[in-house]
Design a protein around this ligand. Structure first.
Ligand code: ATP
Length: 346
């Protein structure tokens, strides 16, 4: 029997509104082939939504996200939203109770990248750390940001990292390794607690190797020895920065996908932002969103559809005939999507 899924779409701002259509075209092509069916519920969120209704994550949007089987997000211009306009990504993470994001980065055949052999996943805690938005002015000349680390959130992220390492080990046959990233020499209490939680979880996974690295050393090692990493486990800000390093070392932001998964809900988003410099031109690379849709399919239990989507994207990239500007080509988002669809239907 064909499965049917409700997907809450949050196009957001900038190129988010463009690439999400490309993702849906690929999902619809699977349906046309007799694969799973998708019922879309398009909901407002982001900076433009704040301008329209005064809040960047209306409560009806969050309710719709909770009611769906999965949420697919475009991109949101968080930087322009003033504090009273809310935090759409933070609100989604808290509302959907997702604790960590998973961001894979690997070299892709046919795509030039600084690292020949990077193949890692960053598991990043996404609800607290220095992005907990707890800031205040001490006086006119001193601003404070509170870095919150809890045992509970760290443990959840760590568990996700070790599960991911196990899954990757099963798939690739290569021994799993989790690298926890910290700056405990300076952040003795907060990163001390984070590392304590990680080590506790590591004891439950004796089959997976475990190591710790200072964040600054880790950034350098990722550039000098990218093949040395498997699963990198990090707090919010360190994970944010390192996942851009990994994306840059691999195939670039236009190809980087991510998933935010909790016990009950999950949302999926390309790693890139709203790219204001190319927004509205129809030239954004849709591959990150299509690969993100692939991660969503895997989460929904549609592994063979996910495999087909990923294979189609990689085949188009390997062929190299159709490429968007970020990959050195001249194709529009629509042309790139057409090429993926043609490969999917081949
Ligand atoms: P934001 O503040 O929303 O994160 P940004 O421009 O600071 O926006 P990104 O949107 O991630 O950050 O973009 C960084 C750079 O990468 C920009 O030059 C942008 O054009 C490019 N870029 C990002 N995503 C894509 C994409 N899908 N296709 C092509 N280029 C992209």
């Amino acid at each position: 029997m064909t499965s049917s899924y409700s997907i809450c779409l949050l196009p957001g701002d900038g190129i988010g509104t463009e690439v999400i259509d490309c993702g849906c075209r690929v999902l619809d092509a699977l349906t046309a082939q007799g694969g799973p069916q998708f019922i879309y519920d398009i909901q407002p969120a982001g900076y433009d939504t704040f301008l329209d209704v005064g809040h960047s994550l209306p409560s009806a949007t969050l309710e719709a996200a909770k009611a769906a089987d999965a949420v697919l997000l475009g991109a949101m211009d968080v930087a322009q939203i003033p504090p009273h306009g809310g935090d759409p990504l933070g609100g989604l993470r808290i509302g959907l109770e997702v604790s960590a994001s998973i961001r894979p980065s690997a070299t892709i055949p046919g795509i030039k990248s600084p690292a020949a052999d990077i193949d890692c996943v960053i598991v990043r805690e996404v609800t607290e750390g220095l992005y907990s938005r707890d800031e205040y002015m001490g006086d006119d000349d001193a601003a404070y940001a509170i870095r919150v680390i809890t045992r509970e959130a760290s443990t959840k992220a760590a568990r996700m990292a070790f599960e991911e390492a196990r899954m990757r080990e099963k798939r690739s046959g290569k021994p799993g390794l989790v690298t926890a990233v910290h700056k405990v020499g300076v952040l003795k209490l907060s990163d001390g607690l984070f590392l304590e939680a990680c080590a506790d979880v590591a004891r439950d996974y004796p089959d997976i190797a475990y190591e710790t690295r200072n964040v600054d050393a880790c950034a350098m090692d990722m550039v000098r020895e990218p093949g040395a990493f498997d699963v990198i486990l990090a707090t919010n800000v360190f994970g944010d920065i390192l996942s851009d390093v990994a994306a840059g070392m691999a195939a670039g932001l236009g190809l980087a996908a991510s998933a935010c998964i909790g016990d009950r809900w999950a949302y999926f988003e390309p790693v890139h932002g709203t790219a204001p410099d190319i927004a509205g031109q129809g030239v954004a690379n849709p591959c990150a969103t299509v690969l993100t849709a692939g991660m969503m399919l895997r989460y929904l239990g549609e592994g063979s559809s996910a495999d087909a989507v990923e294979a189609a994207v990689y085949a188009v990239l390997a062929e190299g005939q159709v490429r968007t500007g970020d990959l050195g080509g001249t194709a529009t988002s629509a042309q790139m999507t057409d090429a993926i669809l043609a490969m999917l239907n081949a």
